[in-house]
Write a protein that binds this ligand. Structure first.
Ligand SMILES: [Zn+2]
Length: 393
């Protein structure tokens, strides 16, 4: 089995090197340069490596777009893609990683960045093993994304043609390698804003239209209709939340402006739209129901953005089967699961690349207790090598 060709010391060193490189969201350049140098040292042709222009479409200050590597196949077969994000959260700033038993941990009061350097290191290890041993391989795409932590930006803006339209996708961004994430929730962020008519609250309150009353009625109505908090309707499930209410200037002035910001989530894309549209109609009905003395009603503007899209793969999907079969060869039972978080895989699936998300040993991400489990990380390295071996036939 080609998994025996993995050198665990080298694989560990790959991870330690990557943990030491700073790379917050939008500042992935050093990580990308390191990966490029290592991939070329491993035997990749510089012509296989490119950077896309995703950053020109990201509404933030970004140094670069996604790093894309297209490795030609030595045998025919569907193109595989392995992906992982290069950025880490701000809590990782200044990290000094050290080995403690079978873990990498952070020495100081920072997070470690195992989320998601374990992915970058596992993918690098895969390529080193493939190239050094000249293992047969179908065409392979590597995608190292930017800006995952602040909105899945790289995955959202990547162009599928530039990836060579992979048939099977394996995203790495989780802990235990046996837990394959085959579905994730979709989310909308929405704003209902009422800008209406102010008047003196003591002299002529009836001349005004109260935005506070509109917001209060809307929120009460959302709850009354069953679309507030945990939502369960006819076997469909989701959640919603009113997160922020802002408005008003003085106690003696009828509130002329209130902005309510919230979110909706569901694994069911149609039900997600139902939730958000129901919230919209509660705001519209509330605005129409509040009038001043001459019958002028309130106004509402309601907008929403998709933060990410839901997806759900069947357990007999080729990508899921390839994962389960490769795990089985390592003596591990695959545990498919669905997550309530957003992942690069949400956008990759929406773009037509059926992608599971696998774990490479990251734990307690975004906390000072973050660590990388070296055993799990090495298992993920084996899993990736096994997936390629199986795909090469
Ligand atoms: Zn992550």
């Amino acid at each position: 089995m080609s998994t025996s060709l993995i050198n665990p010391e080298l694989a560990e060193q790959n991870l330690l090197n990557l943990l030491q490189i700073p790379g917050l969201s939008g500042r992935e350049r050093q990580v990308a340069d390191h990966l490029m140098a290592e991939l070329i040292a491993a035997g990749c042709d510089a012509e296989w490596i490119s950077e896309d222009d995703a950053h020109t479409r990201i509404p933030r200050d970004f140094e670069m777009g996604n790093l894309i590597v297209k490795i030609p196949g030595t045998v025919e077969g569907p193109r595989l893609m392995f992906s992982g994000h290069m950025d880490t959260v701000p809590l990782v700033r200044g990290v000094k990683p050290k080995k403690e038993g079978n873990r990498f941990v952070s020495q100081g009061d920072t997070a470690l960045g195992a989320d998601n350097r374990t992915a970058c290191a596992a993918i690098l290890t895969l390529v080193q093993v493939l190239m050094k041993n000249d293992l047969p391989r179908p065409p392979i795409t590597l995608l190292f994304t930017v800006g995952e932590e602040i909105g899945l930006f790289g995955a959202k803006e990547v162009n599928v043609e530039e990836l060579g339209s992979p048939a099977l996708g394996f995203n790495i961004d989780s802990g235990e390698p046996d837990r394959a994430i085959i579905g994730a929730i979709g989310a909308h962020r929405w704003q209902g804003e009422s800008k209406v008519i102010a008047s003196h609250a003591g002299v002529h309150p009836e001349h005004g239209v109260s935005a506070a009353l509109i917001a209060a009625r809307a929120i009460a109505d959302i709850s009354e209709k069953g679309y507030f908090g945990l939502i369960q309707k006819d076997g469909k499930a989701g959640t919603s939340n009113v997160g922020v209410i802002q408005g008003g200037e003085a106690s003696n002035q009828v509130t002329d402006q209130v902005k309510v910001t919230g979110e909706s989530r569901s694994h069911d894309p149609e039900f997600l739209i139902e939730i958000t549209e129901s919230i919209r109609s509660c705001f519209e009905a509330a605005a129409a129901s509040v009038e001043n003395h001459v019958g002028k009603a309130g106004k509402i503007t309601f907008n929403f953005q998709a933060d990410y899209h839901a997806f759900r793969m069947q357990e007999d999907h080729p990508t899921v089967k390839a994962t389960a079969n490769a795990l089985a060869k390592l003596g591990i039972t695959c545990k498919p699961e669905v997550t309530n978080g957003g992942l690069d895989a949400n956008f990759l699936n929406v773009k037509g690349i059926p992608t599971v998300t696998l774990g490479a040993g990251q734990h307690n991400p975004h906390t000072v207790d973050e660590y990388a489990d070296i055993g799990e990380y090495l298992t993920c390295c084996k899993l990736l090598v096994q997936i390629v071996e199986d795909a090469a036939g």
